[in-house]
Write a protein that binds this ligand. Structure first.
Ligand code: AAT
Length: 277
C-alpha cells in the first residue's frame, strides 16, 4: 500500500510516515482528528495534521512530562493535566502512590473518545477511580480553581488555535494561583531547533512569576527536530536538588534517576535561549 501521512513540521520541512490503515478521521468542533496505523511508529494520533503521539515513542514524552515534576515534589496528591486527552500523562501520574486524584481537562472530547477506542495502551488509565475527566478549556479551569493542585502538567498542542493561550503569561499566572503553596508545573515547550523564540519568551514569562524555573530536554523522534523541551515553574522545590539516589523505582522506559539529572544539562545553544530569556 502506498499511502503516506505527512506533517509539515516547518514551512520548509516535512516528515512522512507510511500508513497501513486509516483508523478514523473526523472534523471535531476544534480540529481535524485522525488516527493512523503506521509501519514505523504503530498507531499515531494526528490533530490538524500534526503528530500528537504514537504508540512506539509516546513513552518518552509522557514519562518526562510527568515524572520529573512528580519526583521533584515530595508529596504530590492532587495533579492536573491540561490537554493530554490521549491519557498518556495520566497513566504515568498514577504510577506515583502519593497521588490521590488526577484530573484531566481536555477541550476536545473527541480526542478522548478516539484514544479510548484506538490507543488503549495510552488511554488505559482513564477509567481508574482516582481519575476525573473534565471536558473544558484548561484556561478557564485554572482561573476557576485556586490553590487546588500540587502539580499541573500542560500537555498541550502547539501554540495555535485553542492552545495559543496555554503559552501566555496570563495563563502562567493563573497556573501559579491554581497551585498549592509548594506546587509546581511542567509544560511542553516545543523544539529547541525550530521554536527558539517560543522557548525564550515562555522561560522569561515563567521566571517572572515562579521563584524556580528550569528547562529540560528529551528525545522524541516524531516531534520536529527530534529534541524536545519542557519547562518547569516551581514555587519551592528545585528539580536539580532532588536526591536521585532516593527516587522510587518506577516502571519506565526512558526516565530514570540518571536521566532526571541529565535532562537539565543543556547544550550551549539551548542554555543560551534561556539565559537570554
Ligand atoms: N500527550 C501528547 C498529546 C498532546 S495532545 C494535546 C491536547 O491538548 C489535544 O488533545 C488538544 O485538544 C488539547 N488542548 C488544546 N488546547 C486546549 C485547551 N485550551 N484546554 C484543554 N485542552 C486543550 C500534546 C502534543 C504535543 C505536540 C507537540 N508538537
Amino acid at each position: 500500500m502506498n499511502c503516506w501521512f505527512t506533517e509539515l513540521q516547518t514551512d520548509h520541512m516535512k516528515l512522512s510516515c507510511r500508513v497501513k490503515k486509516v483508523l478514523c478521521e473526523e472534523k471535531t468542533p476544534f480540529q481535524h482528528l485522525a488516527v493512523y496505523d503506521t509501519v514505523q511508529f504503530g498507531r499515531m494520533l494526528a490533530l490538524d495534521d500534526v503528530i500528537q503521539t504514537t504508540v512506539k515513542d509516546e513513552f518518552v514524552y509522557h514519562e518526562m512530562i510527568a515524572h520529573v515534576g512528580l519526583n521533584t515534589h515530595p508529596n504530590p496528591r492532587r495533579v492536573l493535566v491540561i490537554g493530554g486527552g490521549d491519557g498518556g500523562s495520566i497513566r504515568e501520574i498514577l504510577k506515583h502512590s502519593s497521588v490521590e486524584q488526577a484530573t484531566l481537562v481536555e477541550i476536545d472530547e473527541r480526542v478522548i473518545a478516539a484514544a479510548r477506542e484506538y490507543l488503549p495502551e495510552i488511554s488505559c488509565a482513564l477509567d481508574d477511580p482516582r481519575v476525573r475527566v473534565i471536558v473544558d478549556d484548561g484556561i478557564k479551569h485554572v482561573k476557576e480553581n485556586r490553590n487546588t493542585y500540587d502539580m499541573i502538567i500542560v500537555d498541550s498542542t502547539d501554540p495555535v488555535g485553542p492552545a495559543e493561550g496555554l503559552f501566555g503569561k496570563a495563563f502562567y499566572q493563573d497556573v501559579h494561583d491554581a497551585l498549592t503553596e509548594d506546587g509546581l508545573f511542567v509544560a511542553q515547550t516545543e523544539s529547541p531547533f525550530f521554536n527558539q523564540d517560543i522557548i525564550s519568551r515562555v522561560f522569561r514569562d515563567i521566571r517572572s512569576i515562579f521563584p524556580i524555573t528550569r528547562l529540560f530536554l528529551a528525545c522524541v523522534p516524531t516531534y520536529p527536530g527530534g529534541l524536545w523541551s519542557f519547562t518547569m515553574g516551581s514555587k519551592k522545590y528545585d528539580p536539580r536538588q532532588v536526591n536521585v539516589l532516593e527516587l522510587p523505582d518506577l516502571k519506565t522506559k526512558y526516565y530514570s534517576p540518571a536521566i532526571h539529572r541529565a535532562a537539565f544539562e543543556l547544550p550551549p545553544f539551548v542554555a543560551e535561549l534561556v539565559e537570554q530569556g
